[in-house]
Design a binder for this molecule. Structure first.
Ligand code: SAH
Length: 235
């Protein structure tokens, strides 16, 4: 795959402009030159072939040569609510979820959660989404939505989706759960390292969520999230 850059603003009259981080990446990290061809994507499903026309101090202008709608998304959407792990493991989680095609990530506020989904943390995660999308060829950005409380997440999710709380102390998820998912897709919830409280598990059950285990061993948050994304996307 050729070099890809994220285009924040749609092209105007077949001219595209990269600014800030993307301009810096093209001009200084990749040492792009006027006349070279690169791929741009707009995060909402379009890809552009473009030729570098001008490299400014803070921006790069390109001539758009062609445009295409490119769909590299999953057959059904996956929304994943996660009590964020700490530090570097957050970045790793986001990178892998983007690669695996997850549609939307919802940072969850839980009773035993440790990492606070501050604005700064969310900003960092959204930047991670762009970086991973550039690398893996995704044309739509995984949404990192604002943090939600556990209660809101389990009560407001789409009831037509296949909804599952991953919980090590429940019976194993039935294999039929993964097959023939509804068009509303999957809605998953993963708890913090300290685990979900009985109240949290119960409140999800009351809202009609399934509660199930992904195996006999206790997984890290990000491993549980990977398993969910992989199993849900293989159909
Ligand atoms: N010490 C905690 C472990 C939490 S692991 C406890 O005893 O609950 C973090 C989260 O990953 C859990 O809340 C759960 O959502 C998910 N998880 C970990 N292992 C799992 C398993 N075997 N099955 C399903 N979910 C699991």
């Amino acid at each position: 795959m050729s070099q890809r850059y994220y285009l924040e603003q749609p092209p105007v009259d077949d001219r595209a402009t990269l600014t800030t981080t993307e301009a810096h990446h093209l001009a200084h990290v990749m040492r792009g030159k006027v006349g070279e061809q690169v791929t741009l994507f707009d995060g909402v499903g379009h890809e552009f072939q473009a030729r570098i026309e001008r490299i400014g101090k803070h921006d790069v202008t390109l001539a758009v040569l062609s445009q295409a709608s490119v769909d590299r998304e999953l057959a059904v959407p996956i929304t994943l609510g996660v009590a964020l792990p700490r530090g570097d493991r957050q970045a790793w989680l986001v990178e892998k979820l983007v690669e695996l095609g997850v549609t939307s990530l919802v940072p969850l506020e839980t009773a035993r959660g440790v990492a606070q989904p501050t604005d700064k943390a969310l900003e960092r995660l959204r930047r991670g989404v762009i970086e991973a999308s550039k690398q893996c060829g995704r044309t739509r950005l995984m949404q990192v939505v604002d943090a939600q409380t556990w209660r809101d997440f389990v009560s407001q999710g789409d009831v037509n989706a296949a909804r599952l709380v991953a919980h090590p102390y429940a019976p194993a998820v039935e294999t039929t759960f993964w097959t023939a998912p509804p068009s509303a897709g999957f809605l998953f919830a993963v708890g913090p390292e300290g685990g979900l409280t009985d109240d949290e598990v119960e409140s999800a059950r009351e809202q009609g969520w399934q509660v199930g285990a992904l195996g006999e061993r206790i997984l890290r948050i990000e491993t549980a999230a990977m398993v969910l994304a992989v199993w849900a996307s293989r159909g």
